[in-house]
Design a protein around this ligand. Structure first.
Ligand code: NAD
Length: 297
């Protein structure tokens, strides 16, 4: 006798660096997916991997869940909050999980628009990068109704190991911004310490090992310290993406009237890096900004 697949169906929007490994993990877990990406070159590649693709938003709408992971606020708004978007095709009761990093106020707005049509929505941005997406061990920060979070857990647990209910709608994005503020500051302080040590002729490897053993240790030092020492610019999380996230945090701080002077400093340093054509480099490439400022090689 054929066993019926009781797992909910998923329409997945955005098969980029993050989306594609997430799609593969969901398929591995037995979910049935239809994937839409605006770039036909990407969907053609998926067809070769026998992943079911569709070529418009209408065709992806008829599912129990919709997951999106798109570059920025404008892309997510164009999909969910415009007349030409998916909204008119979604049925009441559908659950939308947006995993992109976007503005918190925009996530709240999209949630309200969808709610008017009895469509549930959570903002669920992620941390952990492409590696986390590949290994299904992302951190996922969820904002929205707790009931919707609970209904989404089976899916989210297939993508991450640390799935946190952050609070009301938009709070997932707020948590992600806080994450990015600390990511930026940790990289900046690491580059700053290394710049001083280098200027005095110190041994950077020894410095790294020394700091790892004490209260200055951080995830950044452990994971990106060697890249700074070896001048490795390779992209993990790109400078462009880091800048996008710092800008979102800066706008949110402005909305709330909260001065965040450290964030402003880090944002300016990343702008300096982008002005030197390093947008596509990994965010640890901030060490080159310090090299330029101190005329060191
Ligand atoms: P990406 O550019 O690699 O992929 C985005 C995909 O969305 C592309 O394939 C693009 O064609 C598609 N797309 C754009 N607009 C669309 C639309 N209107 N309809 C359908 N498809 C559309 O980006 P990414 O690196 O996968 O990042 C996605 C999101 O995840 C971003 O918000 C980013 O900030 C966040 N994020 C990325 C990382 C990372 O390391 N790359 C880590 C954490 C969070």
């Amino acid at each position: 006798m054929k066993v019926k697949n009781l797992k909910p169906t998923i329409g997945f929007i955005g098969a980029g660096n993050m989306g594609l490994p997430m799609i593969k993990n969901l398929i591995k877990k037995g979910f049935q997916l239809k994937v839409y990406d605006i770039n036909p070159k990407i969907t053609k590649r998926l067809d070769k991997d026998n992943i079911k693709t569709v070529n418009n938003l209408r065709a992806v709408a008829n599912n129990n869940f919709i997951i999106s992971i798109l570059p920025d606020t404008q892309n997510v708004e164009s999909v969910f909050n415009t007349d030409s978007g998916i909204i008119s095709y979604l049925k009441p009761g559908t659950i939308v999980i947006d995993m992109s990093t976007i503005s918190s106020s925009s996530a709240i707005e999209i949630g309200k628009v969808l709610q008017k049509k009895q469509i549930e929505f959570v903002d669920a941005p992620v941390s952990g990068g492409v590696k986390g997406a590949l290994n299904a061990n992302l951190s996922i920060m969820v904002g929205g109704k707790k009931e919707t979070y609970k209904k989404s857990l089976d899916i989210l647990n297939s993508l991450g190991e640390n799935v946190i209910y952050a609070g009301k709608l938009g709070m997932g994005q707020v948590f992600k911004m806080c994450n990015q503020i600390m990511v930026g500051s940790h990289i900046q302080s690491m580059c700053e310490a290394f710049a001083l040590c280098k200027s005095k002729g110190g041994d950077l490897k020894l410095l790294k090992e020394t700091l790892i053993g004490g209260s200055a240790n951080s995830w950044m030092l452990e994971n990106l310290g060697n890249d700074v020492i070896n001048k490795n610019e390779h992209a993990g999380f790109r400078i462009d993406l880091q800048l996008k996230d710092l800008k979102l945090a800066s706008e949110a701080a402005f909305e709330s009237g909260v001065p965040l002077p450290g964030l402003s400093l880090v944002l300016a340093l990343y702008l300096e890096a982008r002005a030197h054509n390093e947008g596509k480099n990994g965010n640890q490439s901030l060490f080159k900004t310090y090299d330029r400022m101190s005329n060191q090689k």
